[in-house]
Design a protein around this ligand. Structure first.
Ligand code: FRU
Length: 439
């Protein structure tokens, strides 16, 4: 890996790798990183609930679990009657299932007794007939007001029961608090000076090279007040996102010890959301979602999927495409999708996200709140977005095309070539016949 890659990373806060201001300062849309404009699906699979952050039930090795021919997706959800901006305050995990990766059926709420005032994202493991759901308990149970504390919880005891009607994910569940921020490697809420505090979004991951078991999560790095870590600009210090790591010494999915963060974005960005890894060609591709409004002063980025690559889990990670930008929305629909997760499909990488605000071309998502409520409702997708197809090689990625909303192809499914691939093939065959037509 290019040793110069993190030259601008500020050392001293535990993370081995960093997203530097230098790399982030070059973020710019390109054909390879910009998704096409999305339109609402012909049929809304789940009209009565808003659906956003989504994750698939997976086996320990990361493969999508298939149980008696069904695959299961978990999503953050809220009643579709609710103003979309309020949904985070009442988020509930529901599940959906599909036998063909196209039509998804509603399974209902997963828990009745989750910890926290609301449940945020999330990953899920299927092992030996048991379902484990890892989630974020946001807010303190019993508090009169909404609070923003976050801790990471694992629910065990779940089973998957199939019959003629489909598949049911059932309890009784036991909810275990797995990790809380230690205030040293990971900022506690009372240390936070930043705009949006984070300690959330657990992602189960077994390292294929070592067989060790990890949990990745979104966090912030405690930067002491008065530090001159960001070249003397104190305002930048409040932007201290990190990708946290916990290790299970025994492999037990409920037994974790905090380790140093994998990567931080101190002086660069406040929120590195929903971290996860795709292992491909012996490389670790580490992805996060982040927002336009969470970049530190002096930097401008987009609501986008950002990625980094290393040849071991611990890194050192270098940003993909030089800047980290992997997938963003088009400039005339900058908030059309969010919360991307990447997963391998044959030689490609597919990226699933949710359909966010469409027909909304503003400089900031905050301006949604200025729209009449009926428009806030109408322009919110609240369902899954079209799945994107990517090619990733080494440190470069490119968007090749799309699949339908909610389409998560079965492992055995061959994807027809996208227009871009057909164009490339035609171009290559012209070249192999001598290329220049004037010859
Ligand atoms: C990303 C996110 C997650 C969080 C959830 C809350 O879309 O901010 O980090 O778990 O939304 O709704």
């Amino acid at each position: 890996m290019d040793k110069d890659s993190t030259a601008n990373h500020v050392p001293g806060y535990g993370a081995r790798s960093g997203w530097s201001r230098e790399h982030a300062s070059r973020i710019e849309r390109s054909e390879d990183t910009t998704a096409p404009v999305f339109y609402p699906p012909a049929v809304d699979e789940v009209p009565d609930v808003h659906v956003w952050d989504t994750w698939l039930l997976r086996n320990r090795d990361g493969a999508i679990a298939e149980i008696d021919g069904y695959r299961v997706a978990f999503s953050l959800t809220a009643s579709a009657d609710l103003l979309p901006g309020k949904r985070h305050d009442v988020a509930t995990i529901r599940y959906f299932y599909s036998s063909d990766g196209r039509a998804w059926h509603k399974g209902g709420p997963v828990f009745e007794d989750a910890l926290g005032q609301r449940t945020w994202a999330g990953s899920a493991l299927y092992e030996d007939g048991q379902v484990y759901v890892f989630y974020t308990a946001a807010g303190e149970n019993g508090a009169a007001e909404l609070t923003y504390s976050q801790r990471i919880v694992g629910a065990s005891g779940g089973t998957a029961v199939t019959d003629d009607d489909g598949i049911r994910i059932e309890g009784p569940w036991t909810h275990h608090e797995l990790i809380r921020p230690d205030g040293d490697r990971y900022e506690r809420e009372d240390q936070s000076r930043g705009m949006i505090y984070t300690f959330r979004d657990p992602w189960f991951f077994e390292d294929p090279q070592t067989g060790e078991t990890y949990l990745l999560f979104e966090a912030n790095t405690p930067v002491p007040e008065g530090s001159d870590v960001c070249s003397g600009d104190p305002a930048q210090q409040e932007f201290n996102g990190s990708i946290g790591l916990a290790h299970s010494p025994t492999g037990d999915p409920l037994d974790w010890e905090l380790q140093d963060p994998l990567l931080d974005a101190v002086c660069v960005n406040q929120e590195l959301e929903r971290p996860h890894i795709v292992y491909q060609d012996g490389q670790y591709y580490l992805f996060v979602s982040s927002h336009m409004h969470t970049f530190a002063p002096g930097l401008s980025g987009y609501d986008a999927l950002y990625g980094f690559v290393a040849d071991s889990l611990q890194g050192e990670y270098v940003p993909l495409n030089d800047t980290g930008l992997v997938v963003t929305n088009p400039s005339n629909a900058p908030f059309q999708s969010y919360s991307w997760t990447a997963f391998p499909h044959r030689e490609k990488v597919l990226v699933q996200s949710f359909f966010n605000y469409f027909e909304f071309d503003a400089d900031s998502m905050d301006l949604v709140a200025a729209l009449p409520e009926s428009e806030q409702m109408r322009r919110f997708g609240g369902t899954l977005a079209p799945t994107l197809q990517l090619r990733i090689e080494g440190t470069e990625s490119e968007i090749l095309g799309t699949l339908d909303h909610w389409h998560i192809p079965l492992p055995r499914e061959d994807l027809p070539p996208t227009d871009r691939e057909l164009f490339e093939r035609a171009d290559a065959s012209t070249r192999s016949y001598g290329g220049d037509a004037s010859d």
